[in-house]
Design a protein around this ligand. Structure first.
Ligand code: TYD
Length: 127
């Protein structure tokens, strides 16, 4: 079973700001078929509450803070706070995820699959 990994992307930091970058298959372990982002998040908002059957993701907190709690079918736990824009969390298939956001958070998600509601497991007892 694949495990979550905290990824660190390359950055160019100077007085003009921080520029970070990634390439598919080199810096994230899949071809990127979809990108999504979440904005305008209320303080301490909880999102997630599902697993994916096949979709692999990398989530990047571009601004603010996101606490992420992942749980495998075997009940392994992986918990991390994302608060650096050059970090990404690799989430393999079949890990149940829950995220708690700070109010100013901006989350970017990269997905290995096109969107399909069929790929979600949203009921805990079906996980
Ligand atoms: P969902 O993945 O459940 O959000 P979160 O895990 O952050 O709570 O997605 C919320 C809704 O948006 C759901 O109806 C599916 C839809 N959605 C898309 O249509 N395309 C996408 O790429 C994503 C990520 C979600």
């Amino acid at each position: 079973m694949k495990k979550p990994i905290l990824l660190e992307f390359q950055s160019k930091i100077d007085v003009r700001g921080n520029l970070s970058f990634l390439e598919e298959l080199k810096d994230v372990p899949f071809e990127i078929k979809r990108v999504y982002w979440i904005t305008n998040i209320p303080e301490q908002q909880v999102r997630g509450g599902h697993a994916h059957k096949t979709d692999q993701q990398v989530i990047i907190c571009l601004k603010g803070r996101v606490q992420v709690l992942l749980e495998s079918k075997a009940q392994d736990l992986f918990e991390v706070e994302l608060n650096e824009s050059n970090q990404g969390l690799y989430i393999p298939p079949m890990w149940w995820g829950k995220m708690v956001f700070s109010q100013d958070a901006l989350l970017l998600g990269l997905s290995s699959e096109e969107f399909s509601e069929e790929d979600y497991i949203r009921e805990r007892d079906k996980f």
